[in-house]
Design a protein around this ligand. Structure first.
Ligand SMILES: [Zn+2]
Length: 112
């Protein structure tokens, strides 16, 4: 995959990857073979395209702060952002992106 890049310096200890369309940025090059991680990040690529990129990041940040008020815990706030709920819930499914309906992250806003 051409758009997967390895850049160990910008990611904090807790994150193995970050996705900013069209790039999936990995902390470790071994992660290129980690299907679940790559699938997770590809779900974020799809979400970013659906929201025409910039609004994805604005939404992500706004929902993060709302979740922070809700959970009062940085990690739980991040894990419960609707984009992350969808990605963590579906990252193990090989064919998920083939059958996923557009804007599926919306279903995860009110689920827990
Ligand atoms: Zn994620």
């Amino acid at each position: 995959m051409k758009r997967v890049v390895v850049f160990p310096y910008i990611l904090s200890k807790s994150f193995a990857a970050v996705t900013i369309f069209p790039f999936i940025i990995l902390k470790r090059k071994e992660s290129k073979d980690d299907f679940v991680l790559i699938n997770h990040e590809k779900i974020h690529i799809r979400q970013q395209l659906e929201l025409l990129w910039l609004p994805f990041f604005i939404w992500f940040a706004m929902e993060y702060f709302i979740r922070l008020l809700q959970y009062r815990n940085f990690y739980l706030a991040y894990k419960n952002i609707s984009f992350e709920r969808e990605a963590y819930d579906r990252e193990h499914e090989i064919d998920y992106l083939n059958r996923r309906k557009a804007y599926s992250f919306l279903k995860y806003i009110f689920s827990s």
